[in-house]
Design a protein around this ligand. Structure first.
Ligand code: ATP
Length: 250
């Protein structure tokens, strides 16, 4: 269980971006964080794992205050896949190995190599393990960064628009992989995502952020016509087609 309480944040010299964010998420859930551009979604994710330090509030996971932990200890518990993916001259294998760094003592162990192999296999990356990151497509790099995050074996996985460069098949493959590990109860995931239909297809909790405030939070019922209008300013109908919810914009 992760509990966020009264989180506030402003960038230096700017207005308050996050205004008293509070919610709790049980283990194994897959949360979609939705909202218009500039609502504060990325800023909020970055506060959860101390990439930026909130002005006030707390992030408590299993009774432990995350904001009091060192970066290394945070990395053992929370992994983050950023919106922009790096483009370095490093092999896919070595990039995914970096996910094991928080656990490293004198070097990588057999166990580290085994974990990295399994993660790459699950994301269908083994065939490109020797290729350099800067020679891959944006979508391929996005998958590598997800693999690195999973290699961290975090309890919480934070994903900032992880499917933005992926083709249809890879969008489904990546979100299904995250859903599966959440379903096994191994991980709790939060994804910032703009595609409401992908969110409805894969996520089981929904948080709508507006102007730095939580305006809806809960199961898929919170994503209704009124909420879509309030948050995005468009008329959208939520249809039930063969038991599956689909958003159609008028
Ligand atoms: N480093 C920064 N310095 C100052 N202001 C920033 C910085 N990063 C973001 N902001 C501002 O904070 C606000 C929230 O930005 P944030 O990136 O969190 O929004 P978002 O909801 O993730 O948007 P998007 O959907 O476009 O990615 C925006 O007004 C943005 O201009």
């Amino acid at each position: 269980m992760i509990e966020i309480k009264d989180l506030r944040y402003h960038y230096q010299g700017g207005p308050e971006i996050l205004k008293s964010i509070s919610f709790r998420l049980e283990e194994g859930r897959f949360l979609a964080i939705l909202g218009n551009n500039g609502a504060g979604k990325s800023t909020m994710l970055k506060c959860f794992n101390k990439i930026i330090f909130p002005d006030s509030g707390s992030v408590v996971m299993d009774g432990e205050e995350i904001l009091n932990l060192s970066a290394k200890e945070v990395a053992k518990r929370i992994a983050f896949v950023a919106q922009t993916v790096p483009n370095n001259q490093i092999t896919v294998h070595d990039m995914v190995m970096l996910g094991r760094r928080p656990y490293m003592r004198w070097g990588f162990t057999q166990e580290d190599h085994k974990i990295v192999h399994e993660v790459m296999e699950s994301l269908h990356l083994l065939h490109m393990r020797g290729r350099f990151l800067n020679e891959l497509s944006g979508g391929e790099r996005q998958k590598v960064m997800l693999a690195r995050a999973l290699a961290q074996q975090p309890k919480i996985l934070l994903l900032d628009e992880p499917t933005s460069s992926l083709d249809l098949k890879n969008q489904y493959q990546v979100l299904q992989a995250v859903k599966d590990i959440c379903g096994n109860g191994q991980i709790t995931a939060m994804v910032v995502i703009h595609d409401l239909n992908l969110a409805l297809r894969f996520c089981d909790r929904f948080l709508l952020l507006q102007n730095g405030e939580v305006c809806r939070y809960g199961k898929q019922e919170v994503l209704d016509r009124k909420a879509i209008w309030e948050v995005y300013g468009v008329h959208g109908e939520v249809l039930d087609i063969q038991g599956r919810k689909i958003v159609m914009v008028d």
